[in-house]
Structures are given as C-alpha cells and as structure tokens.
Ligand binder design. Structure first.
Ligand SMILES: Nc1nc2c(ncn2[C@@H]2O[C@H](COP(=O)(O)O[C@H]3[C@@H](O)[C@H](n4cnc5c(=O)[nH]c(N)nc54)O[C@@H]3COP(=O)(O)O)[C@@H](O)[C@H]2O)c(=O)[nH]1
Length: 738
C-alpha cells in the first residue's frame, strides 16, 4: 500500500474495533463475564476512536511520529477510564460510546472540511455521523436502537462514498499533475482514435489552448494530414503479434495552425477495464532535427559550392538508376574536369580558386533541369546526372549537354579580382549502355573524361570499351609506380648528341628507364603519361634531375668532363614553385656549371600556362641553364614561342628526320626549320638520326648536333664513357659521308 492510502487502514481498523465492541456488548451477554465484557468494550471503543483520529490526522498530513509513540498509553488509559465509568453503571455504555465516537467524528469531519475542498464531502458525512451519534447518545432510548442502526448505516455508506470520491479525486489529481509535469506531450487514445487523456504539453505542441480541449477529439482532428486509415493503422501495430514496445516513430506533423512539427512518437499499449488503449508520448524533436539537418548538410553538401558532394551524388545516382531501371528509362552521367584549375589556385590563391569553382558550379547548374543533379566530385571535378531520359536518347542528350557545358566554361568568369577563362573536358557514360550502377557509371564517365583530356582541352568523349582497357592498364601502372622510386626500380640511360661537323660528343640526353618487377620493363611513353596524370611526375622528375646531375659530376675529369646533359621536364615540374631552387641546388650539390644542364620542354608545356612558364624560364636562363624545345614540328610549331621564351636549342622531331632522304616535303621542312633556327640564333639538334645519309644531309643543311641510333642508342653511363673515349681517339672520326 502506498503511503497515501494508510488513512483507509486506520479508519478501517477503527470501524472494525467499534463493530467488535458492538458485537461483544450485544452478543456477549451471558457468554463472557460482565467485567471482561465491559473492559473489552471500553478497549474496542478507544481503539475505534484512535483509528478515526489517526486516520483523519494521516489523511490531512498531520500524523506525527510522537502521536504513534503515545497511542498505546493513551488507548490503555482511556479504555481504563471508560471501564471505570461503565463499571459504575453499565447502562452508560451505549450512549457513552456513541457520544465519545460522535465527538471524534465531529472533530475529524470539521478538520477535513477546513483543510481541503476535496475532502469536504467526506468531512460533512463524518460530521453528520458525529452529530447523529451525539444526538443518539443524548436522546435515544434502547427501543430506538434499530432506528439508530439504520441511520448510522446510511451515514456509513455516505462516508464511504465520500472517502472513495476524495481518494479517487486525489489519485486523479496526482496523475494529472504527473502527466502535466512531463516535458513531452502525452495522450491516451482508444482503438477508434478518440482521445481520453492528454497533458498540457501535448496541447501546446499541437497548437491547442488547453489539454481539456483535446479530450474527446479524434486524432485526425488534431492533425490535418492524418487520415482515419493512418490512425487505424497506427493502432493495429499495437495488437500485432510480437510487437515490441514502445513502438517508436518519427514524423513531421502538419498542425492546425499551419506549422510543421517534427516529433518522435513512443507508443505503448495500455489496458483499462479490459480495453486496449494506446498511450502515446510525443517528443518535440525540432532541435534534434535542426542538428540532424546540419549534420546531413555537412555530410551531403559540398561546402565550397553548396551543391551535392560525392556522397550525395552516389545516393542520388543510385536512386536515378533504380528509377530508370524500374520504368525502362535511361540516364546519363557527365564527368567534367576544369582544365588549368590548379594553375588558378597556384597563381591567384585558393580564395580565387574557390570563387572560380562556385561560379563554374552556378553556370553548370543553370544548364540543368530541376530533376537533374549537379555535384562537386572533388578538386576541380564536377558531375552532372541527367535523369529520366527516354530510351535511346541518353547519349545524344548527354552530348548536347556536354557541348553546352564546354561553351559555358569557355565564356570565362569575372571573379572579384581576376577575369579567368577555363576549358572543360567532359566524359560521358549512360545508363544502361555503359554501366548498371552508380560506381560503374561514374568510373566510366571518368575514363571517358580522361580520354577527352588526352584529345586536347575543351573536348568531350562518350565512354567505350577500348577506353576501359587503356584505363585498366594505366591503373596497373599507376599502382606499380607508387613505390617504384623507393624500391630503386628506375635508372637512367644516356644517349649521345654529337657535333654534326666534328663528330665530337658534346651533349647527352638522360632518358628514364623503369624495370618494374610487377609489369616488366616499362617504356617511358607508357608510364610517363600516367605519372603526369597522378602528379607523380614531380617526384620522378626530381629524381631524374638529381641522378643526371650526379652522373655529370662523376664524369668530371673524364673524357666527358665538360659534357652538357639534357633532361626532359614536364609541365607539372615547371608549375612547381620550388622548381628553380631545385635545379640550382642540384647544380651546386654536384659541382656542375649551369651551362652543363639543358632542360627539354615540349611545345605543349609552353602553352599550358604561358605566363608562368615564361617567368620560370627567365629565372632558369638567368641561372645560366639552357632551354631546349623538344619535338619541334609535331605540335603547334609556332614561331612566336621561339622568340617569346628565349630558347637556346631547337630539337627537330625524328618524324621529319626519318624521311629526309626520300621525302622532298620533309627535306624542305627540315631545311626551313634549320634556316629559321639560324636566323633566331638557336642551336639545332636533329633527333632520330638513324642513317649516315640522314646525318650527312643534316650536316650539310647546317644542323649543329645529331642524335639517334646512327650515333648511339641510349646506353648506361659506363658504356657511354667508353663510347665517348672511343670517339675521342684520333681514329674515331665520324663515319658519315658528306
Ligand atoms: N618527362 C620526362 N620524359 C622522359 C624522360 N625520359 C624519357 N622521357 C620521354 O619519354 C618518351 C620516350 O622516350 P624513350 O623511349 O627514351 O625514347 C627516346 C629515345 O630512345 C628515342 N630515340 C632516340 N634516337 C632515336 C632513333 O634514332 N630512332 C628512334 N626510333 N628513336 C630514337 O627518342 C626518345 C627521345 O625523345 P626526346 O625526349 O623527344 O628527345 C620521350 O618523349 C621522352 O622525352 C624523363 O626523364 N622525363
């Protein structure tokens, strides 16, 4: 029994004692000795009075520990007193008992009435009983005991009802206070959806003024978006076999006032008088939702552009593929890479780079329909998903979109401090032709983008299987390249470049070789492009520069004492801000004079980032290092480069040299290049000289240096030393014929 219900125990005990006294007095006559009968009746009366008194004290919260301690001595004393009185005249027993009890009841009733409204009814009935008892004691003759008995019985029933009402009301108040003090909403609904109980918090959450307003309403009256079917379905879940409670749900409620409320619902079953109810707790999760939304944003939105990030793209593309598969439609993935973006970052700083990305993303977004997806995939890479396309239309739609993308990028962007134009390379992969899932489509679009980039800037390519083979190959090379420097898998070979007139070996070109334990001997024209794509060419080029300079240092005081070494330099290396320092340190460390080093660049390197290259080349020239233009004639062959970049040497590509003996056109072309080189004061090296005839013609045309298999294949450093030694000997005159 709870602490609060002990009054019932006291009152009950008191009433029982009084009934026992009555039975002893009226029924015990002749059965037990009179003196004992009198004392037992006195004891029952005092226990009864004590029960009513302590029950009342307890009910109004005034029963103290010392009351309980003194209870027994008081009962014994008072019962002794009554026994003494009735021993004098036992006719005083019934009226005396009624009067004593009446006094206690009057006192108790008045206390209850004065203390709390809720106990008023109980108090009044007790007072009535008390008054009736006093009145009976004073006026009733034994003949009217029956009337007295009926009267007290009726009053006892009334007291009982008063007690039930008071206790029930108290329990209800306690229950109401408890649920109102809950920080979350609370309601009890029945099977049909009608609300029986709700707390104030629930009313406030749902936009009502008080909990009372909710009672009797149907849950559908609270939430405009809720249908009877939904409400029924919610209830059915409580009856389902194996249901685990509480049943938790989250939902966004549309309230009557138009607001939206994100809530968590915790539903538990509740049985009252054999009926199943649903007890629902409503937790306002607006704050939690805000945090979740922020986390969601962070997890799905690219912080620079505000569009989807890689993760969100994967989710959206997976959805689009699923949708397309379900209805036999298509979709397309465009992988877009901004050419030259790294240069923007390096030259103007990351703030400008970010601004460019934002601008580029916005212009891409303008090209799309609301159903399409734009995501920043990483660095300067964007992906567009064109969703929901008719069968056999995806490829053409993607091509049109790619053209629009390229055109939009080519328009250029007005950034805060700079106007920048970029080009974009676009790779296309379509569902279902080029992949059946998100990862495959993205990978294949990337492969196609790579092919577009290879074809030149501002190109687009649609994926095909041949591209895949190339990409797989590149992937294998890329993987093997990663640890190849540390594993010492690279070495250099040197190819002699001789004076066309005297045959003297004055220059050598250092050429990189890779003997991969995994892939076997790997020609540079296969692994250099992969290293360039991954950026590994910077580490590789640094290694070549150091090795080549170290080798020339080792050749000091030999027949190759004053030889000039040429090394190939890629665009990445030139864009590296530390490159000039790297070169000058390599020269100093290995004791080389700057003129002993010549850097070979291709025309492509020059045009990639003309402004930056010009600055770097000027610094290198100032250092005294030679600059040579490799493969001249195969690319743009622009005369303006020759003057603009202050080159020292022009290397005529072997494609012209190889036909020089038989093709009038090649012959005239080489002739023209040599004449032009002369007029610009450039040194001329003919590459790929394979025959004595070619050497003779070139020498006659005025070409200064010759390089090719006719003179020597690229060979190891020691072999080159022997080769040079042989060549320096007086008998080793050049064997070509003029
Ligand atoms: N960035 C770097 N690029 C490098 C480096 N080492 C090499 N390379 C580049 O790789 C391409 C292929 O080079 P390789 O296979 O070494 O071919 C060179 C010669 O072997 C070849 N050659 C020379 N003479 C002849 C000839 O008479 N016939 C013939 N068929 N081939 C010949 O030409 C290549 C040298 O070319 P080039 O550099 O243009 O002078 C090549 O593009 C290299 O540049 C490196 O360290 N870094």
């Amino acid at each position: 029994m709870q602490r609060k219900e002990k009054h019932a125990l006291f009152w009950g005990a008191g009433q029982l004692a009084i009934m026992a006294g009555g039975i002893i007095w009226f029924g015990g006559a002749g059965l037990i000795p009179l003196e004992l009968q009198l004392y037992l009746c006195a004891l029952c009366l005092t226990v009864g009075m004590a029960g009513y008194w302590s029950g009342t004290q307890f009910f109004i919260g005034k029963l103290r520990a010392y009351h309980v301690r003194w209870m027994l001595p008081v009962i014994l004393t008072l019962s002794g007193f009554f026994y003494y009185l009735w021993h004098l005249n036992n006719a005083w027993l019934p009226p005396g008992s009624a009067a004593a009890l009446g006094l206690v009841m009057l006192w108790g009733g008045s206390r209850l009435v004065s203390v709390n409204n809720r106990y008023r009814w109980l108090g009044l009935t007790l007072m009535l009983r008390g008054g009736f008892n006093l009145f009976s004691a004073a006026s009733l003759s034994p003949d009217l005991y029956k009337v007295w008995f009926v009267g007290t019985s009726i009053l006892k029933v009334l007291t009982m009802l008063g007690l039930i009402y008071a206790v029930q009301d108290e329990i209800q108040q306690r229950y109401a206070r408890t649920i109102d003090s809950l920080s979350h909403g609370f309601l009890i609904r029945d099977r049909r959806g009608y609300i029986h109980v709700a707390n104030e918090r629930c009313a406030k959450l749902l936009g009502f003024n008080s909990a009372q307003e909710l009672i009797g309403l149907h849950v559908c009256d609270l939430l405009p978006g809720l249908t009877r079917e939904m409400a029924d379905h919610y209830f059915f879940r409580f009856e389902a076999d194996g249901a685990e409670y509480p049943i938790a749900d989250t939902a966004i409620f549309k309230l009557r006032n138009g607001n939206h409320l994100p809530v968590e619902l915790l539903g538990s079953p509740y049985v009252e008088r054999g009926r199943l109810y649903c007890l629902v707790q409503l937790l306002d999760i607006s704050e939690r939702k805000k945090k979740d939304d922020l986390l969601y944003q962070a997890a799905r939105v690219d912080p620079v552009t505000g569009y989807c990030n890689r993760h969100a793209l994967s989710v959206r593309l997976t959805e689009e593929v699923k949708k397309a598969a379900a209805v036999g439609r298509e979709c397309a993935v465009l992988f877009i890479d901004l050419d030259k973006f790294k240069r923007v970052n390096d030259s103007f700083g990351h703030a400008a780079g970010d601004e460019l990305l934002r601008n580029a993303a916005d212009s891409l977004h303008h090209l799309l329909r609301p159903t399409d997806v734009l995501a920043r995939f990483g660095g300067d890479e964007f992906i567009i998903v064109i969703a929901d396309l008719a069968p056999n239309s995806a490829e053409q739609m993607a091509i049109d979109c790619a053209d629009a993308v390229i055109a939009a990028m080519a328009k250029g962007f007005e950034l805060s401090y700079h106007a920048i134009s970029v080009t974009a390379s676009v790779g296309i992969a379509c569902y279902p032709h080029h992949g059946a899932d998100s990862d495959t489509l993205i990978r294949n679009a990337d492969i196609a983008m790579y092919a577009a980039k290879k074809a030149g800037r501002g190109e687009r390519r649609v994926f095909n299987d041949a591209m895949n083979a190339v990409a797989k190959n590149a992937l294998a090379i890329d993987g093997a390249l990663r640890d190849a420097i540390e594993a010492n898998e690279f070495y250099l070979v040197y190819q002699a470049i001789t004076n066309a007139h005297t045959g003297k070996l004055t220059k050598v070109e250092a050429l990189l070789r890779w003997n991969s334990p995994l892939l076997g001997p790997m020609p540079p024209d296969r692994f250099i492009p992969v290293a360039e794509d991954s950026g590994m060419i910077i580490a590789l080029g640094t290694w070549v520069l150091e090795q080549a300079c170290r080798q020339v240092g080792l050749w000091k005081h030999s027949v190759l004492d004053d030889v000039t070494i040429s090394i190939n330099v890629s665009a990445w290396q030139l864009a590296d801000p530390g490159f000039v320092t790297l070169v000058s340190q390599a020269l100093i460390r290995n004791g080389l004079s700057p003129h002993q080093l010549e850097l070979e660049l291709t025309e492509r390197v020059l045009i990639e980032d003309a402004a930056n290259v010009q600055t770097v080349l000027a610094q290198l020239r100032a250092l005294g290092v030679g600059i040579s233009l490799d493969d001249f004639g195969t690319g743009y062959s622009s005369l303006s480069y020759l003057t603009q970049f202050h080159l020292n040497t022009l290397k005529i590509d072997r494609a012209f040299v190889m036909d020089i003996e038989h093709s009038e056109r090649s012959n005239s072309l080489v002739h023209a290049i040599i004449a032009m080189g002369h007029s610009l004061g450039l040194q001329l090296v003919a590459e790929g000289v394979e025959t004595a005839g070619q050497a003779a013609i070139l020498e006659k045309m005025g070409c200064h240096y010759l390089q090719g298999y006719h003179i020597s294949r690229p060979i190891l450093a020691d072999d080159l030393l022997h080769f040079a030694g042989d060549r320096a000997a007086p008998q080793a005159q050049p064997d070509f014929v003029i």
